[in-house]
Write a protein that binds this ligand. Structure first.
Ligand SMILES: Cc1cc2nc3c(=O)[nH]c(=O)nc-3n(C[C@H](O)[C@H](O)[C@H](O)COP(=O)(O)O)c2cc1C
Length: 239
């Protein structure tokens, strides 16, 4: 089993400890690739739109983005961990997610994503853990992923791991170990089930691409959808 982990901070703080609690039960059976942002991530999107309009290889951060994408596509399980920074994910995580705009369903989603599983872990001091998870979930669901498990935490007392009361730390890590145990039982040779919201998004975009293709059969996203057979009868969750 392969796991790719994206951590929204380089700090070995609370986010890191929670991410470790989740991974620890999986380490003996998984090959784990981790990216710590911003160090291992791309710079800010400049808005050149080359990835959307022509070729993602033209992005100034293409090498880094492609390395992350390869790891995401090869993984059976994707893990995203983030603290809340002013109610949202960190700027570094947002910068990384921006580079995958061209992989959103209205453009050129990777068919592999439809069958993937993902876990999002977020934490905050008092408020913003859910909106932070949503920042990440928005991208993952528009990439086509249906099986997204979210665990959010409010520390309430302290932001330094060692100063958080032990029973609180144990409660949080216990929840993540339980989630890891359930993720370990999954048969990853079978793709995750694509749920109704993903299928509805797909069908809406399919109608859009069909109409755009009538206006311009050379339109890049339409050609991609056509080449995948999605304008016809093929579906990414059946491939
Ligand atoms: C710039 C910044 C903004 C933050 N914004 C929030 C916030 O909006 N709500 C909140 O409850 N905690 C906030 N926090 C606390 C973090 O979510 C987190 O609990 C804390 O940084 C510990 O996590 P870490 O050790 O992984 O960095 C913020 C922290 C930082 C550094």
């Amino acid at each position: 089993m392969k796991i790719t982990v994206i951590v929204a901070t380089e700090k070995h703080g609370v986010t890191y400890q929670l991410k470790e609690a989740f991974l620890e039960p999986l380490r003996d059976s998984a090959e784990i690739t981790e990216f710590y942002l911003p160090k291992d991530g791309p710079g800010f999107c400049t808005g050149c739109t080359a990835c959307i309009r022509t070729d993602p290889a033209l992005c100034r951060d293409a090498a880094c983005v492609q390395k992350i994408e390869k790891a995401l596509l090869e993984a059976d399980l994707l893990v995203f961990a983030s603290p809340a920074y002013v109610f949202h994910t960190t700027g570094a995580m947002k910068a990384m997610l921006d580079h995958f705009a061209y992989r959103w369903m209205p453009h050129r989603p990777a068919k592999e994503m439809f069958g993937k599983r993902a876990v999002i872990i977020t934490q905050c001091l008092g408020a913003g853990d859910s909106s932070t998870a949503k920042d990440i979930k928005d991208s993952l669901s528009w990439w086509g992923i249906s099986d997204i498990r979210v665990r959010t935490f409010k520390l309430m007392s302290e932001v330094l791991w060692d100063r958080i009361p032990e029973d609180k730390r144990n409660k949080m890590t216990g929840k993540l170990r339980a989630l890891a145990a359930s993720m370990k039982r999954i048969d990853y040779s079978r793709p995750a089930h694509s749920k109704l919201p993903a299928k509805l998004k797909f069908h809406m975009v399919r109608m859009l691409q069909t109409s755009l293709g009538k206006q311009n059969p050379e339109y890049i996203d339409y050609k991609y959808w056509k080449a995948n057979g999605w304008i016809d009868n093929k579906r990414p969750w059946r491939q």
